[in-house]
Design a protein around this ligand. Structure first.
Ligand code: TXA
Ligand code: MG
Length: 365
């Protein structure tokens, strides 16, 4: 394929209005035209960069799977610029969906809804009778979606299995030459993908993938609903969100997540680093600010303060790519405390570790 184009989209980061459209209208129009002609365009959202294609076109959507090397049984999220677009895509829905849209859209919440036959390429939904939809809270994404004037299927814009991209440079690293272009809107905000929920009648909200909107926020918006974290229940069971069963977000080095009492975690990581170094391996540690200076590895990356897991969420994927760039062979990461955005952080770190989790408590050392 030809070169991947870069469209710079300047906008005021604080603005959630149409400022992006005003400043970069011409370039965004070119990107939107590329989408409308069936091309692939990566664009920033408030979570991570997405790789967009016209969701109605099977040719366009097939291109996403090919560029990413993504298994075809893993359905895509459809991005829209306004709730009114739902009528042509979905069937009547649980009233809980409308409460959640009202409260969290635009924003990092994806809702799985019953889909209308024939409205979208069947490749988008991987044959499921449902479609996952979200309205991103990013001025550039919203402006682009409006100009494209079609539902846009967009998974994260990384090669399958790699950490999701939080900058346009990350997208280039993975997809240069494989896609039509990238709208560069700078670094994304949340840093982890959207929360994916499925609604069961008028009472049950299943979290299929934890993300930018926390279980606590969902509960506060729907005080009478049961919020069920499927991502935790699912070990061993058939995944309801097909994407959750694949290896994800992994750096090239072997990552181990270390969980438990802070002092024990630090001691265990220090001794593991020492052993790997003695064996001639390059070492890395992903640590919270409180302890980062205590590690003597080849590359120590600071996730920010332990009490600010939203900072770690922002930095995680870039950090994983930094370990790769430095050629680090063994990496240890301090696990965050669960709760709030910590749930999504822990979920992604456990996946990046491919299940290598060291659980430390005073009784098992
Ligand atoms: O933040 C995000 O959601 C980013 C940005 C680009 O919007 N997108 C993203 O897409 O993370 P992707 O394709 O990497 O993840 C989609 C997730 C997968 O876990 C997939 O299995 C699930 O959503 N999913 C999609 N359609 C579904 C459906 N009909 N039922 C259940 N899960 C579905
Ligand atoms: Mg992804």
């Amino acid at each position: 394929m030809a070169d991947t184009k870069i469209w710079k989209a300047e906008y005021a980061a604080s603005s959630h209005s149409g400022a992006a459209a005003a400043l970069s209208e011409e370039r965004l129009r070119e990107a939107a035209d590329t989408l409308r002609r069936g091309g692939l365009v990566a664009f920033p959202t408030e979570t991570v960069y997405g790789l967009g294609a016209d969701a109605r076109s099977s040719d366009a959507v097939a291109g996403i799977f090919e560029a990413k090397g993504r298994p075809s049984d893993n359905p895509l999220i459809v991005h829209i610029a306004g709730k009114e677009q739902l009528d042509e895509l979905t069937l009547p829905r649980s009233p809980l969906a409308d409460v959640l849209m009202e409260r969290f859209w635009p924003g990092p919440l994806t809702i799985v809804l019953p889909s209308k036959r024939g409205a979208l390429s069947p490749l988008v939904t991987a044959g499921l009778p449902t479609v996952a939809v979200r309205m991103p809270d990013h001025p550039v994404a919203l402006a682009l979606l409006k100009l494209a004037d079609c539902p846009v299927a967009a998974p994260s814009a990384n090669r399958s299995g790699r950490p999701s991209p939080t900058t346009a440079e990350h997208v280039l690293e993975d997809l240069s030459g494989k896609i039509g272009g990238i709208v560069d809107g700078g670094a994304t905000g949340v840093g982890l993908e959207s929360t994916v929920v499925e609604l069961d009648g008028v009472r049950i909200v299943r979290i299929l993938r934890p993300g930018g909107i926390t279980a606590e926020q969902l509960q506060a918006a729907l005080p009478d609903a049961d919020i069920v974290n499927e991502a935790e229940l699912r070990e061993g069971a058939a995944p309801r969100s097909p994407g959750m069963k694949y290896a994800h977000y992994a750096p090239r080095g072997e990552l181990t997540l270390v969980q438990g009492d802070r002092a024990l975690v630090a001691d265990a990581i220090r001794s593991a680093v020492g052993q790997s170094r003695a064996a001639g391996l390059s070492t890395g540690v992903l640590a919270f600010a409180e302890r980062a200076a205590r590690y003597d590895a080849d590359l120590v990356l600071d996730m920010g303060g332990e009490d600010h897991p939203e900072e770690a969420a922002k930095r995680l994927y870039a950090a994983l790519r930094e370990f790769d760039a430095a050629g680090i062979e063994r990496i240890w990461a301090e696990a965050p405390t669960p709760g709030g955005i910590g749930d999504a952080l822990l979920n992604r770190m456990a996946k990046a570790a491919g299940g290598r989790i060291l659980q430390l408590s005073p009784s098992n050392i």
